[in-house]
Design a binder for this molecule. Structure first.
Ligand SMILES: CCCCC/C=C/CC(=O)SCCNC(=O)CCNC(=O)[C@H](O)C(C)(C)COP(=O)(O)OP(=O)(O)OC[C@H]1O[C@@H](n2cnc3c(N)ncnc32)[C@H](O)[C@@H]1OP(=O)(O)O
Length: 392
């Protein structure tokens, strides 16, 4: 049954993230869009062809949607089926623009291409470690100023679900942050969620080796991802701006401080999803909150409020949402002024004796999960979510 579900997903859900072709925005040029700024629009379309670096699928979807809106007006296509992921993604992107006027869409298209050209150019010219807004990420915003490198999960329309690309980009951003001249590193989310955890569509992109290979590759990726948090050398702080789910919660046990808005919740519904704990939570949560409370979260999927998570030691402090950003950033800017080497060495003293154990726990959790991902329980849960039969 599990294999059947995977196969169904494989047939019906090819990886639209890989399939959306770069020049798609040029395919349906509509002469009806002739207006005063038509020349700019055409120039922008030509500029897209000249970009040296692929801007990534999310940007390409935005370009596609703006192009369609600018040339045809509001989305007029029937909504594709749930497993037709490529066309659904395109339809969603276009439909999201609602009744945006054609002229505005055209202008937005031109603006997007222009910002894209400059950001992709500048990303290849910037020296690492300088204070600047970091570009070259598709799923993150990364900035470095006032001694703080801030990594923001940036897929707000998907509740900051972590897709494969985001796993890789977070690792890349952490590696860069470990070497840059900032004192502390912060992870936060853009929009109303901190993160909805693993992007469940990750499970639909099946390689030629089949579902077993997919599970194996996912376990390798997960192990590497969690390993980056175990080994991160500087103070690592989570600014939890809203609800957090799954892996975005479990890795909090590897952070040095966790500040939460009182809107945040902490939810690890692994049993509901036919999965098992990761992010070293099978070890860290027991140490942080004791086995009884950890079991309620990790086995029974109890969702904690920010206040409860704070009382149980997972969260350092909770702030009212209305003053959250101001209070947290004031605190963080003060921390960032402390001598960086002293902070780094203190972290080493606190954490290093646990590192070997954490890597062993990580390896074991990933190997158990590799099996879980092939189970009926897990596959049914994923298929139910993707077919909109269930949510958390
Ligand atoms: C390499 C592999 C490593 C694997 C590591 C394993 C980790 C384990 C986990 O992280 S388990 C946790 C997995 N997460 C979930 O199960 C959450 C699923 N999402 C939901 O239940 C809900 O979306 C919600 C409760 C988070 C939010 O509900 P709400 O009604 O407020 O919003 P929508 O459901 O309409 O969401 C908006 C759009 O975002 C998409 N989305 C949200 N979360 C995910 C997700 N985890 N994966 C994929 N997509 C997600 C949702 O589908 C909507 O998209 P749409 O607008 O295109 O319909």
């Amino acid at each position: 049954m599990a294999i059947a579900a995977w196969r169904l997903a494989q047939r019906s859900c090819p990886s639209y993230l890989q399939v959306i072709s770069f020049p798609v925005v040029q395919l349906h040029m509509n002469r009806a869009a002739m207006t005063a700024s038509q020349k700019d629009f055409e120039n922008a379309m030509n500029q897209v062809k000249l970009l040296k670096k692929d801007p990534g699928n999310e940007v390409k979807l935005k370009l596609y949607a703006l192009y369609k809106q600018a040339t045809e007006g509001p989305c007029n296509m029937p909504k594709p089926g749930v497993f037709d992921l490529i066309n659904k993604a395109k339809w969603d992107a276009w439909n999201t623009l609602g009744s945006l006027p054609k002229e505005t869409a055209r202008q937005n298209y031109v603006d997007l291409v222009s910002s894209l050209s400059s950001s992709l150019e500048s990303s290849s010219q910037v020296e690492p470690g300088t204070d600047r807004k970091s570009t070259g990420y598709e799923t993150l915003m990364v900035t470095s100023e006032d001694g703080i490198t801030k990594i923001t999960l940036n897929r707000p329309a998907k509740k900051n679900a972590i897709n494969v690309e985001m796993y890789h980009e977070i690792m890349r951003a952490l590696k860069a942050a470990s070497k840059d001249d900032s004192s502390i590193t912060v992870l936060t989310g853009n929009g109303d969620y901190y993160s909805s955890g693993n992007d469940l569509t990750n499970f639909t992109d099946i390689p030629p080796g089949g579902v077993e290979e997919k599970a194996k590759n996912s376990a390798i990726l997960l192990r590497e991802f969690v390993g980056c948090f175990i080994d991160f050398p500087k103070p690592l702080i989570a600014v939890v701006n809203g609800p957090a789910v799954g892996i975005s919660v479990t890795i909090l046990g590897l952070f040095d401080a966790v500040y939460a808005s009182d809107r945040a919740t902490f939810h690890t519904p692994f049993s509901h999803l036919g999965q098992s704990p990761e992010g070293c939570s099978s070890y860290t949560f027991l140490k942080i909150m004791g086995p009884a409370k950890a079991t309620e979260m990790l086995v029974f999927g109890k969702k904690l409020t920010a206040g409860e998570a704070c009382a149980q030691g997972l969260v350092t402090a909770v702030f009212p949402d209305s003053t959250f950003q101001k209070e947290v950033w004031t605190r963080l800017k003060a921390f960032a002024k402390l001598p960086p080497n002293a902070m780094r060495i203190s972290k080493e003293v606190i954490r290093n004796r646990e590192k070997e154990k954490l890597h062993a726990v990580n390896a074991e959790e990933c190997s158990v999960l590799q099996e879980r991902w092939l189970s009926d329980e897990c596959m049914n849960a994923v298929v139910n979510f993707l077919s909109r039969k269930s949510k958390l």
